[in-house]
Design a protein around this ligand. Structure first.
Ligand SMILES: Nc1nc2c(ncn2[C@@H]2O[C@H](COP(=O)(O)OP(=O)(O)O)[C@@H](O)[C@H]2O)c(=O)[nH]1
Ligand SMILES: [Mg+2]
Length: 324
């Protein structure tokens, strides 16, 4: 194992709980600063220890509110918690709501919790990668539980799928349109359903509807998603929500699914890195290499289709690799 002494200074500072180093490095990730890459890489051997829980679901269902109560619950139980809120719609400074400020205040006086919002940098693949890095930093900093909030929309959910060990989909009574959202992808990623605002009418009906959907879907890899009713407003159901998360975490260990899923996530990450590199390289060559420019000309004039061009580009790449 690496001794702390061998790490870059910022990595060493993060590993020993320095919050300013943590905040600076997260900002670097947010801004795509290449200087943070060695820091994140150096900390990689110290990751994989945290329980990473993703909360996702439509805007306004109470994800932040539930998260806030959950943090309090975990702190009472003596667990340390890092929180990342990924907000794809509003910039970091402009999107601050009351709940955020309360959490920030608490974060300032309690060293067992760290809260951070991240603004989306526009491209969704970017936010998924950035979220993964921030989660790793919090993990390496020693937080036992890392909570990630994202708005359930398309690609942003990949962030959840790619980082969380347990995924909580938050919904509200009167599912209506949300059932459509579920069919559009949230359903497949849920390990736990949280029906929040259960102080409002219709919560039991929503639970029944969900239970039906769950039974239709069957147990995915041996785990049947749990359904929990919460009210962040009345502060009820959150201990049960955490129990459901822990039950899933236990299942991951008992079934061997944890290691399997970790490998799958890492394989996706590695392939993603390769795809990015190959893609950037191919784009640069298409623009510069005269042979490839002619190829592109022929596709543009409809003499050649894009698949044929891709085959040739790929073949040229393989040829070059052999020559090297
Ligand atoms: N009635 C009720 N309102 C809630 C509950 N939880 C959150 N809210 C309200 O729902 C709104 C959206 O909450 P927020 O946590 O920001 O939702 P998010 O967009 O999913 O993070 C706020 O006005 C909250 O006060 C709840 O359990 N019951
Ligand atoms: Mg929120």
């Amino acid at each position: 194992m690496n001794g702390a002494g061998r790490l870059p200074a910022a990595a060493r500072a993060i590993a020993t709980g320095d919050r300013r180093a943590l905040a600076r490095t997260i900002s670097g990730i947010e801004n795509g600063d290449p200087a943070v890459v060695p820091v994140v890489r150096a900390l990689y051997p110290r990751t994989g220890r945290a329980t990473v829980v993703g909360l996702t679901g439509p805007l306004g269902v109470g994800k932040s509110s539930v998260l806030n109560v959950l943090v309090a619950h975990l702190r009472e139980a003596g667990r340390t918690v890092g929180v990342v809120a990924v907000d794809p719609s509003s910039p970091f400074s402009g999107g601050s709501v009351l709940g955020d400020r309360i959490r920030f205040e608490r974060a300032a006086e309690d060293t067992g919790v760290y809260f951070r919002s991240m603004a989306s940098r526009g491209e969704e693949g970017g936010i998924a990668a950035a979220t993964r890095q921030v989660v790793r930093l919090l993990d390496a900093a020693g937080f036992e539980v890392v909570l990630v909030e994202t708005v359930g929309s398309g690609q942003v959910d990949l962030a959840i799928r790619d980082v969380a060990t347990t995924r909580v989909v938050v919904l509200v009574p009167h599912l209506g349109d949300e059932v459509q959202t579920l069919k559009a992808g949230l359903f497949e990623i849920a390990d736990v359903f949280c029906v929040n605002k259960s102080d409002l009418p219709g919560a039991d009906l929503a639970r029944k509807d969900l239970a039906e959907l769950v039974s239709l879907g069957g147990a995915r890899h041996g785990w049947s998603p749990r359904i929990v009713l919460t009210s962040a407003l009345a502060r009820t159901g959150v201990p049960e929500l955490w129990e459901a998360v822990e039950a899933h975490e236990k299942f991951l260990d008992a079934s061997g699914a944890r290691a399997e899923e970790d490998r799958r996530r890492l394989a996706r990450e590695i392939v993603g890195i390769v795809r990015d590199r190959v893609g950037r390289d191919a784009m640069a060559r298409l623009e510069k290499d005269p042979e490839l420019r002619r190829l592109l000309d022929r596709v543009a004039s409809r003499q050649l289709d894009p698949y044929a061009a891709a085959d040739r580009l790929y073949a040229q790449r393989a040829r070059r690799a052999r020559q090297r």
